[in-house]
Design a protein around this ligand. Sequence first.
Ligand code: ATP
Length: 671
Amino acid sequence: MLGDDADLLLCGVPVADNAVNYVSLPPEKYSPVEHACWSKGQAAPYIHLARTFGLVEEEKGKIKATSMLCNMFRSLLALSPEDVLPAVYLCTNKIAPDHENMELNIGGTTVVAALEEACGTKKSKVRELYNSLGDLGDVAQLCRQTQSLLAPPVALTLRGVYAALRRISLQAGSGSAIRKKSLIVKLMCSCREKEMKFLVRTLVRNLRIGAMMRTVLPALAQAVVFNSTPYEGLVENLKECLQRLSAEVVEAYNILPSLDVLVPSLMEKGIEFSSNTLSMAPGIPIKPMLAKITNGAPQVLKLFQNKAFTCEYKYDGQRAQIHKLADGSVRVFSRNGDETTSRFPDLVNIITESCGPRGTTFILDAEVVAIDRQNGSKLMSFQELSSRERGSKDSIIALDKIKVEICVFVFDIMFANGEQLLNLPLRQRRKYLKDLFGDVKVGYFEYATEMTVECNDACTDNEATLARMNSFLDDALHSSCEGIMVKSLDVDAGYTPSKRSDAWLKVKRDYVEGLNDSLDLVPIGAWYGNGRKAGWYSPFLMACYNPDTEEFQSVCRVMSGFSDSFYVEMRDFFDGDRIFQKKPPYYRTAEVPDMWLSPEVVWEIRGADFTVSPVHHAAIGLVHPSRGISVRFPRFIQCLSDRKPEECSTSADIADMFHSQTRKMNVNLEK
Ligand code: ATP
């Protein structure tokens, strides 16, 4: 890891203002050395990145955007390879692997105060501009441009900006706000061209250039291919080589999501890199396997025709990826890869006792569920579990303070005693798991309740199989579960990290009630309430997120399910700083609410069914070229306080749910 050396912040690299940016050239015409704006041996200037971001932001085509990032990386690889890792972090708006829980923790207020100091723009003016532009980066850029400079600023280096961000994130305790601000001011004072815009967007963690890990890693892989010495020899099968290496790098990241390990390994191995080069490592969470939504047992049977499969209870708790490291410590990670060990000291004890000496290292997939031991070990809802104290990075909850008890239901194992088990079929993984852990301890450590349907049963007697599945689903619902998971027992069906796989299907209770699944949506707009709701906001305009375009796309208006006190709370929450006067460019909808809300919170919404809509633009282009998907009769269920806005339901999720509904209802797309 790079040192946080403040000297790296500034350098005297001469970079011509308004220099032509060559990264938009086709890769075969781009010369990584000649077209760069600095020379070998120097630290790469941040402007190299900012200029590329400026072009990528304007570019709607994914292939072209990837090729610009690829060219940007090629110059780094050729001239200053030590800048490649910081550049990947800056492109993906991260400063460390997710599991290190290293956050910038900079609020808009700190950025606004820094802007005031660096550019002399009054806070009230910044707020006014923000309300009209909806993007702090654009505001900062405007403030910077209108400021007359006495002397040309000293150039920022790419690694210097990255090091400064890490340094900012480490500030804690008294006086930390002031120290953070002064580090930001120092960076701001050195910004040239569009650097200010992207620096501020990075600070508020909203880069908005559409460069996700899925774009940035293939771009880097392609840069490695184009820069590799025997490039001429590759020309014939260049396309194949580009595709292979891009896929390998993405695959490797799913298994080992640490850029600190992945990027140096890719740079060292070059075109020889493969996902097998890296092995999973206890302590680094892998991206969890996900399930496809179905609308009931008949659809499952259709999808798993002539195949053996297994049904498991779908517990209503929190996903936990449990790691035992070689040093004997046990660590827990959430579905998003954040470390949550400090929240679950009791889980750590349960696991340590259950595995005995047999498991030296392992990675398990499990659901942690709240349980009422005084009441026959009844399972409790996810809400009960989330009411449990949070703990933090450095403070573990004391065992005697725990009010909500838990039971862990383990359903998979991906790694054990140094061996990667991802490619083994589920039957073998389960056997491995049970051999390692042995007996259950009811109410503390259990395996997910399961029911297997062998291939013969599924083929010969559909009716009987359906009846068995429905009765298993009933049992699951009566045991306070959300529904059932149905998993393929095919010999080819391994554990596929990060994928919504056909090998895992889910059937949820909500299906019986209407929608296959509830939606996690973000309020992006609101109207002034009438009648009883005068003085509050109602309805709210709700949106899903499209990570490819980084847009929030509207799904529906919601006006039922809220309590009066919630209306008051939300009015106070949004009033002031969280209302935009103009529609931000990254909101996609034909609705025109009275006000646009800043994307801050995630709400669980349940509705009746999906329809194609000319007004709402969720999943536009995925189901219909110019229409989106909307949900009918939506109602508010609860606030999801542990989700960030970008972690709400995606456009692809909504398209999937729509398709799973149309399979049953034959919806006419032409209307
Ligand atoms: P959801 O909101 O339905 O939990 P999700 O997007 O978190 O969805 P999915 O893969 O769609 O994840 O659904 C599986 C989820 O169900 C897992 O993330 C896990 O938390 C939970 N779960 C409960 N029991 C099981 C089980 N037996 N096998 C797999 N996952 C289970």
